[in-house]
Design a protein around this ligand. Structure first.
Ligand code: ATP
Length: 922
C-alpha cells in the first residue's frame, strides 16, 4: 500500500519506474481489487463541504427574526397584562410558525441538493490495461487517467505523456493565462510551479494527456484551499431580497397602524389601556405576512424540482426567476435545435457526385451512382476521399454482443466512419496500413482537424473541416487521379456545389491532404502542416431538426421571446435550418463571424435589434453577441458546450450548458444544465420560471386579501366609539392568519402553468411582485368582498337573536356566537379566495376544479380546523367561540358560491377584452 501523504515534489522529480513504485501502480493501471482497497483507505475523491451551517442554527434563525421577536415580546406583554391565554397563544403561534418555516426551508434545501447528485463528473481511467469511464468520485491515487480539452481535472496528477497540453489554472492561482505543461520535470517559481503536475479543480484548455493521480479528494491542493475559503451560505435571489424588504415594510406599516389604533382606542373610545393594547396587537399580527418568505423559498425550490423533471437542472434558486424574465435565447444549432444525428447522404467530387443510402449511423447502406452500387476501386479519388474520412477520424466502431456495429464518438466523426464502412472499406486494415503518427485536434476556431499518417514511407496529413477553412489553405485539387492547380473556375464550382447543398439545410465538410516534406515534418508547425492543401471533395451531411423544436419556437414567438441562432455552421445551412423550423422569415439578416469582427459594439447593438442569425462564428463571438443584447436591455439566456463558450455562459443572465455533449468547463460556468441538450427544454424551463413567479404573486394576493376582513371589525369598533362590540377577537385574528390561511396558500405555490403564461411578453426586470393589480385585487376586490360578508355574518347572528344595530349583544352566548360567525365567514371567504386566486384570467373549470390536490386538501384541513375551534371545549374557551346552528352552517357553506361565480364572470370579461384587443391588433 502506498503512503497516505506523498510529497508533490517527490512525484514531480521521480523518473520512470521510480514513479510507478512510489505510487504502487504500473502502465497497465490498477487492478479492481487494488482500487477497492485504496477507495477504502483514501475515501472517495470528493471535496467535502466545510461544516454546513448547522441545522440547529437554521432552526434557531426562525425564532429570532424580526417578526418572531415581535411576537415573543407581544406574548410576554400579554402575560404581564393579565391575559395568560393570549400570551401563551401568541407564543404557540410563534413556535408553530417557526417550525413550519424550518420545515419549508429544509424541504427547499433537500430539493436543490438532490439535483447536485444528478450531475456526476466522469473520468476515463486505465485499469487492468482497459480504458473505462468512471464517476470521478471513484478515482484513487495510482490511477492512470486521460484528460482532454474541456475536462475539469479530478485529482492532482503527474503527466505521463501529453499533446499540446494547456491548462487553465485560474481556479487555483487566479491567473487567467493558460499554462503549457508536459511530462518534463521543470520546476518554476510559485506553489504550483511544477511543469509536469496538473492539479484538481483546474481545467484543460487545449490538448490531451495521460496522467497518474497521486492526491485525491481533500488531500489535493484544491481540497486544502477549499477547506480554508469555502464560502458560507449562498446569495439570495432578487426575489427573496424583494420579499424580505416587502415583509419588513409591511411590518413597519403594521406597527404604525397598531400604534394609531392603540392611541385611538385609549383616547377616542376611552377603552382601558390593557385591552387597547391587545386590540392594537391584533391589528399588527393581522397585517404582518408571517409565512411569506419560507413559502416563497419552497415554491422556488419546487419550481427547480419540476424543471429537473423537464430536463433542465438549475443550480441556484435565483435562476428560476431570471428564466421567467428571459427575453432573448441565443442558441447553438447543432444538437440543440437539431438532433445531432449526422448522416452523410452525398459525396461530391469536382467531376462526379454520389448518393449515399442507409439511414443514420446504420452501416446498411451503400454508395450509389444512378441507383447503381459504386465500386470504389474504380474511383481512386472517391477512394481517397473515403480513406481520409475513415482515418481523419476520432470515432471507433465496436461490435456489440449481437454482432451489430456501434459507433463511439461525436456524430460528425461517426458519420464519417460509417460512410467509409458503407463503401466497403476495411477500416481495421486501413488503420494498420496507414498508422497515425500525430494529430492536430479539431477546434472551433480553425474549424479543422488534421491527422498525419505514414503511407508507404511517406508522411501525409489528412485534413477535414469547414469548406471556408480548407479553401483558404488549399492551392491544388485532385481530379481523375491527377493533381492540378486550384483555379478560380474550380473554386466557383466548389462554392456552387456547397451552396446547392446548404440551401437544402445540409452541411458540407471539405476533405483534403498534404504530402509533407521531411523539412515540414521536422518543423512540426500547425500552420505549415495545414497549408498547401490538395482539395479532394465534399462530404454532405443531413442533421434533421428535433421534432419538438417547431412547437418550442412557436411558443417563444407567442411569448415575445426572441431566438437568435449562433452557429459555427455556414451561413446558408444556418439560414435554411432556421427557416425550416420557423425561427425566422426569408428576410432574416445573416451575420457571419467575419462581419461581426469588423463591427463596432454600437453597430452590433443596432443590427441585433432586427431579425438576425449568426453563422460561422467562433465561441468568442458569442460573448459579444450576449453583451450586445444585454446592452439593449434584454435578459439573455445563452447555450454553450465547449471550453471557449465559458465566457459567454458566464456573461449571460442564464448560461445554459449541454449535459450530454457539453464539457465540464461549460457545465461549471453555466447556471443551468440541459440533461437532454434539447432547445425545447429551455422553453419548458422559461415557462416554469414564469409560472413560479405568477404563483408567488397568487399566494401573495391570497395572504394579503384576508387582512381587510381582519381589520374592518376593529375599525367598526373604533369608529362607533365602542358601540359595535369588537366583532373579531385578537385570538381569532391569529387563528386566521397563522392557522387556517397557511395550507391553501402552500397549494397555490404548486399550481401548474396557467394557459396563456407563454402568450404574454416577458416581465420587465423592474416590475414588482406587489403590482398595482395585486394591491387592487387584494384590498378593494377580494378583501372588500370578504369584509362585507363577514361583517354581515356578525350582524346576521345578532338579528337572528333579536338584537338590532343600535343594541348589539355585548356579552354572553349571542356575542360569542356573533364573533364565531365573523371568524367562520372569513374562513369561508378564504375558501373562495383559494379557488379564485388559482388563475388570473382563465376559468378555474378550464384548468380543472380538482386539478390541484394541494388546494383541495388545504381547503378541507382549513374547514376541519375551523370545526375544531368551534366544537372542542378547550379551544372554545381559548378562542372565544361557541357551537353554531344549522342555519348558520348553511349560510357559511353557501358563501363561496357567489364569490366564485362573480370572480368567474369578471375573468370571463377580462378574457373577452383581451381577445377583442388581439383581433384589433391583427
Ligand atoms: P453549433 O455552433 O451550432 O453547435 P457547429 O457544430 O457547426 O454548430 P462547431 O462545432 O464550432 O459548430 O463547428 C464549426 C465547423 O467546424 C462546422 O460547421 C464544421 O464545418 C467544422 N467541423 C465540425 N466538426 C468537425 C470535425 N469533427 N472535424 C472537422 N471539422 C469539423
Amino acid at each position: 500500500m502506498i503512503q497516505r501523504k506523498i510529497e508533490t515534489d517527490a512525484v514531480a522529480s521521480s523518473k520512470g519506474k521510480e514513479l510507478f513504485e512510489l505510487l504502487g501502480s504500473s502502465m497497465q493501471g490498477l487492478t479492481e481489487a487494488e482500487v477497492e482497497r485504496r477507495l477504502d483507505y483514501f475515501g472517495p475523491n470528493e471535496i467535502q463541504q466545510t461544516k454546513k451551517r448547522s441545522q440547529l442554527r437554521i432552526f434557531a434563525k426562525n425564532f429570532v427574526s424580526l417578526m418572531a421577536l415581535l411576537l415573543w415580546v407581544s406574548g410576554a406583554i400579554a402575560l404581564f397584562a393579565g391575559m395568560p391565554e393570549l400570551g401563551i397563544a401568541i407564543w404557540l403561534v410563534n413556535i408553530i410558525n417557526g417550525l413550519f418555516s424550518f420545515w419549508q426551508e429544509y424541504a427547499a434545501q433537500k430539493a436543490t441538493n438532490s439535483l447536485k447528485k444528478m450531475l456526476p463528473t466522469y473520468t476515463t481511467v486505465i485499469r487492468n490495461n482497459n480504458s473505462q469511464q468512471i464517476d470521478a468520485k471513484k478515482l484513487v491515487p495510482g490511477d492512470i487517467f486521460l484528460v482532454q480539452a474541456g475536462n475539469s481535472i479530478s485529482a492532482d496528477a503527474r503527466i505521463l505523456s501529453s499533446e499540446a497540453l494547456e491548462i487553465d489554472e485560474s481556479a487555483l492561482t487566479g491567473e487567467s493565462e493558460t499554462v503549457s505543461k508536459s511530462k518534463n520535470y521543470l520546476k518554476t517559481e510559485g506553489q504550483f510551479g511544477q511543469n509536469n503536475i496538473i492539479y484538481a479543480g483546474t481545467t484543460v484548455a487545449r490538448g490531451t494527456a495521460t496522467v497518474i493521480a497521486f492526491h485525491t479528494g481533500m488531500a489535493t491542493e484544491f481540497g486544502k484551499i477549499t477547506n480554508l475559503t469555502q464560502k458560507q451560505g449562498k446569495s439570495k435571489s432578487p426575489l427573496q431580497v424583494e420579499l424580505n424588504r416587502l415583509t419588513k415594510q409591511i411590518s413597519v406599516i403594521a406597527i404604525i397602524i397598531g400604534l394609531i389604533f392603540f392611541l385611538a382606542a385609549v383616547f377616542f373610545v376611552h377603552y382601558p389601556w390593557n385591552k387597547s393594547f391587545v386590540f392594537a396587537l391584533g391589528m399588527i399580527v393581522a397585517f404582518i405576512p408571517e409565512g411569506l418568505l419560507p413559502t416563497v423559498t419552497l415554491s422556488l425550490a419546487q419550481g427547480v424540482q419540476r424543471m429537473s423533471k423537464k430536463h433542465a437542472l438549475v443550480k441556484e434558486l435565483s435562476s428560476v426567476e431570471t428564466l421567467g424574465e428571459t427575453s432573448v435565447i441565443a442558441s447553438d444549432k447543432t444538437g440543440t435545435l437539431t438532433q445531432n444525428q449526422m448522416t452523410i447522404n452525398h459525396l461530391w467530387l469536382l467531376d462526379d457526385n454520389f448518393k449515399v443510402t442507409g439511414e443514420g449511423y446504420s452501416n446498411n447502406g451503400q454508395i450509389q451512382k444512378e441507383k447503381q452500387k459504386v465500386d470504389i476501386e474504380k474511383h481512386p479519388d472517391l477512394k481517397l476521399l473515403l480513406t481520409i474520412s475513415a482515418l481523419n477520424n476520432d470515432s471507433k466502431l465496436e461490435k456489440t454482443v449481437d454482432e451489430k456495429t456501434k459507433v463511439i464518438g461525436t456524430p460528425t466523426e461517426a458519420a464519417h466512419i460509417i460512410v467509409a464502412e458503407k463503401a466497403g472499406i476495411e477500416i481495421e486494415r486501413l488503420v494498420e496500413e496507414q498508422p497515425r503518427l500525430k494529430e492536430l485536434p479539431f477546434d472551433s476556431n480553425r474549424k479543422l482537424m488534421t491527422t498525419i499518417h505514414s503511407v508507404n514511407g511517406k508522411k501525409i496529413a489528412y485534413v477535414k473541416g469547414a469548406l471556408s477553412s480548407i479553401m483558404q489553405r488549399a492551392n491544388k485539387i485532385r481530379v481523375n487521379g491527377e493533381v492540378h492547380v486550384l483555379n478560380n473556375e474550380d473554386r466557383k464550382l466548389i462554392e456552387a456545389a456547397n451552396k446547392h447543398y446548404a440551401s437544402m439545410g445540409l452541411r458540407s465538410l471539405a476533405l483534403a491532404y498534404h504530402e509533407l516534406t521531411e523539412h515540414e515534418v521536422q518543423m512540426n508547425d500547425q500552420t505549415v502542416i495545414e497549408n498547401n492543401l490538395v482539395f479532394i471533395g465534399l462530404t454532405v451531411m443531413a442533421d434533421p431538426p428535433r421534432p419538438e423544436v417547431y412547437a418550442a419556437i412557436k411558443k417563444c414567438h407567442d411569448a415575445k421571446i426572441r431566438v437568435i441562432m449562433v452557429t459555427g455552421d455556414s451561413a446558408l445551412t444556418a439560414k435554411s435550418v432556421a427557416l425550416k423550423i420557423g425561427m425566422v422569415s426569408e428576410k432574416v439578416r445573416v451575420i457571419t463571424g467575419e462581419e461581426l469582427e469588423k463591427m463596432d459594439d454600437q453597430t452590433l447593438r443596432d443590427e441585433i435589434k432586427q431579425e438576425v442569425i449568426f453563422a460561422r462564428v467562433a465561441p468568442e463571438h458569442k460573448y459579444r453577441i450576449v453583451k450586445a443584447c444585454q446592452a439593449n436591455g434584454d435578459i439573455v439566456a445563452s447555450t454553450g458546450d465547449g471550453v471557449n463558450d465559458a465566457p459567454a455562459l458566464k456573461q449571460a443572465d442564464i448560461g445554459i450548458a449541454m449535459g450530454v455533449t457539453g464539457t465540464d468547463v461549460a457545465k461549471d460556468a453555466a447556471d443551468m444544465i440541459l440533461t437532454d441538450d434539447n432547445f425545447a427544454s429551455i422553453v419548458a424551463a422559461v415557462e416554469e420560471g414564469r409560472t413560479v413567479y405568477s404563483n408567488i404573486q397568487k399566494f401573495l394576493l391570497y395572504i394579503l386579501n384576508s387582512n381587510v376582513p381582519e381589520a374592518i371589525p376593529s375599525v367598526l369598533f373604533l369608529f362607533s366609539r365602542g358601540m359595535i362590540p369588537l366583532p373579531l377577537t385578537v385570538m381569532q385574528i391569529l387563528t386566521v392568519d397563522l392557522g387556517t390561511d397557511m395550507l391553501p396558500a402552500l397549494g397555490l405555490g404548486a399550481e401548474k402553468s396557467e394557459p396563456g403564461v407563454m402568450e404574454q411578453p416577458p416581465r420587465a426586470r423592474d416590475s414588482h411582485l406587489l403590482s398595482h393589480s395585486v394591491i387592487w385585487k387584494a384590498f378593494a376586490w377580494y378583501g372588500a368582498g370578504a369584509a362585507l360578508i363577514s361583517t354581515f355574518a356578525y350582524f346576521f347572528v345578532n338579528y337572528l337573536h333579536g338584537y338590532t344595530i343600535s343594541n348589539l349583544a355585548e356579552h354572553g352566548a349571542v356575542y360569542v356566537q356573533a364573533t364565531t360567525m365573523t371568524l367562520a365567514a372569513i374562513v369561508f371567504c378564504q375558501v373562495a379566495a383559494a379557488i379564485n386566486c388559482r388563475t388570473k384570467k382563465t376559468s378555474v373549470l378550464t384548468i380543472g376544479f380538482f386539478s390541484n390536490r394541494h388546494i383541495i386538501w388545504g381547503i378541507v384541513s382549513e374547514i376541519i380546523l375551523l370545526a375544531l375551534l368551534i366544537y372542542v371545549p378547550v379551544l372554545q374557551g381559548l378562542f372565544n367561540t361557541i357551537s353554531i346552528g344549522f342555519v348558520e352552517w348553511i349560510f357559511l357553506v353557501s358563501i363561496p358560491i357567489p364569490l366564485v361565480l362573480i370572480e368567474e364572470t369578471r375573468k370571463y370579461f377580462v378574457r373577452r377584452k383581451v381577445k377583442k384587443e388581439e383581433n384589433v391588433n391583427i
